[in-house]
Write a protein that binds this ligand. Sequence first.
Ligand code: MRU
Length: 355
Amino acid sequence: MIPKRAIYQPPFVKFLDQRLLPDKIFYVKAKNAAQTAKAIKDMVLRGAPLIGCGAAFGYAIDLRFNKPASWTKLLKQTNKAAAVLKKSRPTALALFYAVDRLHKITLDFIAKNKNKPFNKKIYAKLIKLIENDANKITKEDIDSTVVMSNYGAKLLNKNSVVITHCNAGALATMGMGTSVGVITAAHKKGKIKYAYACETRPYLQGSRLTIWELMKEKVPSALICDNMAAHIIKTSNVNAIIVGADRIAANGDTANKIGTYALAILAKYHKIPFYVAAPVPTIDLKLKTGKEIEIEERGEKEVIFIKKQRIAPKGVKVRHPAFDMTPASLITALITENGIIQPVNQKNILNNINN
Ligand code: MRU
């Protein structure tokens, strides 16, 4: 079993420290929005859906931690909590979806009750509303991964040899994962001959997390370095590539972990399907195309060091885009909890969302 990724246990929310996996199971405690935001920024928790669920718990725990004495102070404090959480990482839409959803409950609650006296009882009512919805966001995430994984498994043929990238597994969600969920669901149906996990430089989500999950699920699998993908596709009968997503624009252009775009090009060249599995709160209808998606640039340390070991010369200049954008034209199908979107275009995406 994959350990629980986030545990809401007032006065703390506890996050499984994914930086230490697979060697050590350790939880980082956060008691407010700032500490939650720091945990997200520092990659204690990562993966788009999990970041959303974690931020929701962070927003809720912040309400318990800060005990405002008036409606004005409540407004100020929750505006600040929402802002600090949304600043933690820019690319995954799930973060903004979850925080905005909870903050709207607070704003509506204030608008409805601000003529009443502010006291402990009414504040407790708001906390309950927020905690209920934070739990609901998690439940929706868990349920969507199960449904999505089963839809995705249907797309895969018997004896599939697949490649996945980064970690879009249980560790990236509160449920069974998105792309890795599809692989494990297909494996349970006897459809997976072999799965390859790309190690995913620089942060190694593939080698630390995905292959660990696949091994735990007893999926026949191997770890490959990112630069082995083309050769493995050509020589090892790979017949599908499946990845997750951090944000999908209205036309289907998809931002996902750096290296995804290269895999999509390889899939096109080798005429194999390229699938993206992601829940509906990943789709950003406000953005017409992927060009508008903000790509996070992370610090140089993650490129220069592996587990505190320097692997490049001192003073080296580094670029570290953490995501890239795969154009819709390279994506065979999107898989959401509402079904399969194929071909990938705005009309089919809207139909799927309204399903
Ligand atoms: O930087 P990370 O580890 O948060 O990036 C995660 C990914 O890119 C995943 O592949 C993506 O979020 C999909 S998670 C189901």
